[in-house]
Ligand binder design. Sequence first.
Ligand SMILES: Cc1cc2nc3c(=O)[nH]c(=O)nc-3n(C[C@H](O)[C@H](O)[C@H](O)COP(=O)(O)OP(=O)(O)OC[C@H]3O[C@@H](n4cnc5c(N)ncnc54)[C@H](O)[C@@H]3O)c2cc1C
Length: 379
Amino acid sequence: MHSVSISASASASASAIASGGARSKAAAGRRPSEIRFCGLRGDALACGSLRASHAAAATSRAVLRAASANGAAGSGDRFDYDLVIIGAGVGGHGAALHAVEEGLKTAIIEGDVVGGTCVNRGCVPSKALLAVSGRMRELHDEHHMKSLGLQVSSTGYDRQAVADHANNLASKIRSNLTNSMKAMGVDILTGFGKIVGKQRVRYGKVGFPEKEITAKNIIIATGSVPFVPKGIEIDGKTVFTSDHALKLESVPDWIAIVGSGYIGLEFSDVYTALGSEVTFVEALDQLMPGFDPEIAKLAQRVLINTRKIDYHTGVFASKITPAKDGKPVLIELIDAKTKEHKETLEVNYILNIFLFLYAGVTIAVLLATSLLGYNTCTL
Ligand SMILES: Cc1cc2nc3c(=O)[nH]c(=O)nc-3n(C[C@H](O)[C@H](O)[C@H](O)COP(=O)(O)OP(=O)(O)OC[C@H]3O[C@@H](n4cnc5c(N)ncnc54)[C@H](O)[C@@H]3O)c2cc1C
């Protein structure tokens, strides 16, 4: 019995895309049990380019397991694939490229779109929007412009064009990712994957007959979905997650952001550059609680204090009700420690106030394990 783990990161993915299919096949022919993937553990992180903290963070988001090679489910020792990967996010993509590089017959199953969160709803579109917001700020900085000898009479933006820019970039990278896997000989199978037995995976689209394949090894790289805490109602218009926010369907006058981690901070940067005011709601006693203290101090000075941002710390948003029937968005705040009611933020509908929620991880692990049918088989 052997197991493998992989590391998922945007940078790993980017380098994989950049190098395309031109990888060495020197290791072809090695047995799967001899393969060393870059993983979470310190020893495996010796893979230089994956040292970035993002790599570890991304890895923890991918749900990774390897099925036992013992007890073949197929006929005798023969399998359809040496490796089947469920989930074609950056984690699954990286694993697939490593696997074919090592000579494994590999398939990847994707239930939605290739690229997963990072490419379609995460790193890529958010960085595209950040690039726009950076330029907006530069153009607004009259002093800086003058020092360059430039005169800017007026600045503005086309919301839809900005949204299209982010979407086009995501789509370009999605297609690069797909092509890189095809070029390496990875079979891309479409549909929702389910482990139905030891070394057996079923997949298919809703309404179509399912197909079943056997695999010597299975990697689960099903990633994460936005975490919506209990009591918070999402309507996708006045209360929404990062998935919706990245589509930039509107730029509100005022937006409350629950959670001041790096994703919340990125959105505050984008929205304030485009003219919104931002209110952070943070459960811990300080903003950016997960950051290195020195970086948090710098970020507070540069990215918070100089912008139209205020915040409530030490409070939970225990209940959020979307705006409807002319009523405003209601955000009930309770003390994070005592759980006593502190305040209700009433957000005037007419003022076009929106709320965005932080994308989380924990729930995704639960989702992945239940959706993949762990109850019905033992890995
Ligand atoms: C707004 C935002 C900004 C971010 N910015 C950064 C950043 O700058 N840098 C960084 O390193 N990280 C960033 N991240 C985090 C990064 O997106 C994730 O860490 C990364 O996407 C995880 O990759 P993954 O392959 O493990 O999972 P995912 O990208 O979630 O991919 C999982 C894939 O599996 C598919 N899937 C799930 N279940 C099944 C099933 N049963 N059958 C078939 N397919 C299935 C899904 O459709 C999905 O395509 C950001 C995230 C967000 C939300």
